[in-house]
Design a protein around this ligand. Structure first.
Ligand SMILES: Cc1cc2nc3c(=O)[nH]c(=O)nc-3n(C[C@H](O)[C@H](O)[C@H](O)COP(=O)(O)OP(=O)(O)OC[C@H]3O[C@@H](n4cnc5c(N)ncnc54)[C@H](O)[C@@H]3O)c2cc1C
Length: 247
């Protein structure tokens, strides 16, 4: 019985692109209709499989960008130059086109609306995607868990979900770190996320926070090390690595 449930959950299913929202010049949110979708938790991801006319297949993982909503799924894809799958999904892939999806996947890097603990979210680039699903899940559930998001991006133009994050929302604080270019008129210089910034933006350890860190591998490892150095316990830090750092 359990085995049937697991293999059923991880079976490939065909989803159809229903809507495209451009997030930045090189990233877009894809909204799919996935008939029979079993539902998911914020933080989980799916595998996406593309098949060429000659039968060649390519498969990559993408985080779910929004909480469960019937048969609707949202992914946000950053185009990686020369990338086999991301260039297709951010390029010729059009409304009505099919894709194969398998999931939901992941049981550790998840946030449940029943959890009252304060939450620190630390995003590097497209690593904001599963963290945004958590922010949206919190809002949809009316949770009062306190959230802080530290979002590192190259420039203001590279921010995903910029309008949504700009709107004030009770219990959510957002700190931006820009590594290449600051917003017009901002003081200071572009810099990488520092231990000092994390120290200011994170929760005191005696609040018992849970930290979710997501982004390029090197970013995630640096942030996780910094949180440990600031006294956060290893079991309170949950990480998701998207792949190589390109800087
Ligand atoms: C659990 C999980 C969740 C993910 N969620 C998302 C998501 O929500 N949105 C998203 O845009 N991506 C996400 N990714 C990354 C995604 O799976 C692919 O790695 C990415 O889209 C590149 O695939 P590609 O086929 O275009 O590039 P490839 O053809 O695989 O690679 C092309 C070149 O880019 C480099 N490269 C590969 N992956 C990355 C990367 N992630 N960053 C920088 N350079 C890379 C390769 O080393 C190679 O040089 C996630 C990865 C994981 C493991």
């Amino acid at each position: 019985m359990a085995r049937t449930a697991v293999s059923g959950r991880l079976a490939w299913r065909v989803a159809y692109l229903a809507e495209i929202r451009q997030e930045t010049a090189t990233a877009r949110t894809l909204v799919f209709d996935a008939p029979g979708w079993p539902g998911h938790l914020a933080g989980q991801h799916v595998d996406v499989r593309l098949t060429a006319a000659d039968g060649y297949t390519a498969q990559r993982s993408y985080s779910l960008a929004a909480p469960s909503d019937g048969d609707r799924l949202e992914l946000t894809i950053q185009r990686v130059p020369g990338g086999e799958v991301s260039e297709h999904l951010t390029g010729p892939y059009a409304v009505g086109d099919p894709v194969e999806i398998r999931g939901p996947i992941g049981g550790w890097f998840v946030w449940r609306p029943t959890d009252p603990a304060p939450v620190l979210l630390v995003a590097g680039g497209s690593g904001v995607v599963p963290l945004m699903a958590m922010i949206r899940a919190r809002r949809a559930a009316g949770s009062r868990a306190l959230f802080r998001l530290v979002y590192s991006a190259r420039t203001p133009a590279d921010l995903f979900y910029a309008d949504e994050l700009r709107k004030p929302y009770a219990g959510l604080d957002v700190t931006y770190v820009y590594t290449r270019e600051l917003p017009d008129g901002a003081a200071g210089i572009p810099r990488r996320l520092s231990v000092a910034t994390l120290n200011t933006a994170s929760w005191p350890t005696d609040f018992g926070p849970t930290s979710f860190v997501c982004g390029p591998t090197a970013f995630v490892e640096t942030v996780a090390d910094a949180l440990l150095a600031l006294g956060h316990s290893p079991h309170s830090i949950r990480t998701e690595r998207f792949g190589p750092s390109r800087d």
